[in-house]
Design a protein around this ligand. Structure first.
Ligand code: FAD
Length: 375
């Protein structure tokens, strides 16, 4: 088959996450038609999760290309760039306080970022409640999207931006995500200033991290006076059931955590026990390194679908960088096939290199932090 020109092609993006929406926005800015399919019933149907820091050398570059950098800056929390390294007693070992005007990595809630991108798209671009089941069709012809409700759509290019458990990925690769050996347990705090003033003071306006070599925590301020804490443990993926607990047994999990973190001071333990609501279990997965595939006309991947890595602050930034590069490759190439080749020739080696650097990085989050003075 002759590959179509990008402006005449039927382009489908699976996934309305930061990567998929950034790609759609930049394509539309250049007059290229695109449809995004997402399994969520609507834009607000689930909590979008924590705060994301967008870096000036990747995530922000994509937002600039999308014409949304100023709007991002208007929403971003620059004070969220404050970072503290604590010991298990709550003593500050290192402290980064952002300079006046520092814009290297301001924070934004994931939900706010999604809203910002959605608002920028032509009405009706995102088809909600469309769960992709699989992609079929010949290597050299149009592909067919098969949805869970039995409907199908024929398309010239499928962009898999559907995250860790991508249903597009099997069309190019047999790789599946593997457990890293580290689990996050998410704890949520409301109304920090009046309900949790001691923790507010301990964490500061950005994030705070502490670890003792076996376990750790990462506390992260969100907008609206909220905070998320990720409790990090090197445990089997099924650790809750293995300890005779159920995910909804908040008191049982809390008692278990108090035993596990028994050496930590009462002050830091409050980051573990004083949460509002239930804990959320988030075992960390990653794709084998390097994850790559043979070029296949008509299908490509971006973001977590292409290179799921441990969450060390690069995931969303790489997803948006991929998205910007793929969109611009489509804008500037004669055919869809040329564009996908051009995009993959940059994205695959870059993500393989970063994935190699971060391989095993989930465990490094538990390493004992030593301040420069102590080394
Ligand atoms: C606990 C945790 C904390 C993190 N913290 C950070 C951080 O601080 N900074 C950072 O840079 N990264 C962080 N990450 C990583 C970051 O969340 C991801 O790298 C980023 O969201 C990837 O974006 P994406 O657009 O590729 O995919 P996603 O954000 O996963 O979006 C995928 C979209 O596809 C949709 N979808 C999925 N399957 C289907 C289907 N079958 N059919 C249709 N639609 C589908 C989903 O509904 C979703 O909207 C963290 C990850 C975790 C787990």
């Amino acid at each position: 088959m002759n590959s179509p020109t990008p402006s005449s092609a039927r382009i489908s993006i699976i996934g309305a996450g930061p990567g998929g929406l950034t790609c759609a926005r930049i394509l539309q800015q250049h007059g290229i038609a695109v449809t995004v399919y997402d399994r969520d019933p609507d834009a607000h149907s689930r909590n979008q999760g924590g705060s994301l820091d967008l870096h000036d050398d990747d995530g922000q570059l994509a937002l600039r290309e999308a014409g949304l950098l100023e709007e991002f800056f208007a929403l971003a929390r620059f004070e969220g760039q404050e970072m503290r390294h604590l010991d298990p007693a709550g003593n500050v070992l290192a402290h980064h306080l952002p300079n006046e005007g520092e814009t290297a990595s301001p924070e934004i809630d994931r939900g706010q970022l999604r809203e910002l991108l959605l608002r920028s798209l032509t009405e009706g671009t995102v088809r909600w409640g469309r769960t992709l089941e699989s992609v079929s069709g010949p290597d050299d012809g149009p592909r067919t999207l098969i949805f869970a409700d039995g409907t199908t759509v024929e398309t010239d290019l499928v962009i898999g931006a559907d995250g860790a458990f991508s249903r597009v990925r099997p069309a190019v690769s047999s790789a599946t995500p593997v457990y890293t050996g580290v689990s996050f347990l998410e704890a949520w705090f409301d109304d920090m200033e009046s309900a949790h003033p001691g923790l507010s003071e301990l964490v500061g306006k950005g994030s705070a991290h502490a670890a003792d070599g076996k376990r750790g925590l990462f506390a992260q301020r969100n907008s609206g006076g909220h905070m998320r804490v990720y409790l990090m443990q090197c445990v089997p993926a099924n650790w809750i059931a293995a300890n005779g607990l159920r995910p909804e047994d908040t008191e049982g999990i809390r008692a278990h955590l108090l035993r596990e973190y028994a050496d930590w001071s009462p002050r830091t333990l409050r980051l573990i026990t004083d949460n509002d609501g239930a804990y959320v279990d988030r075992p960390l997965l990653a794709l084998p390194v390097p994850h790559t595939w043979e070029h296949s006309p008509g299908v490509t991947l971006l973001g977590d679908a292409a290179h799921l890595m441990p969450p060390l602050g690069v995931g969303v930034n790489l997803a948006m960088l991929d998205a910007g590069e793929l969109a611009l490759a489509l804008v500037h190439s004669a055919t869809v096939d040329d564009a996908v080749r051009r995009y993959e020739s940059t994205m695959l080696p870059r993500s393989a290199e970063i994935a190699r650097m971060l391989e095993g990085g989930a465990q490094s989050m538990l390493d004992l932090f030593e301040s420069d003075e102590r080394r």
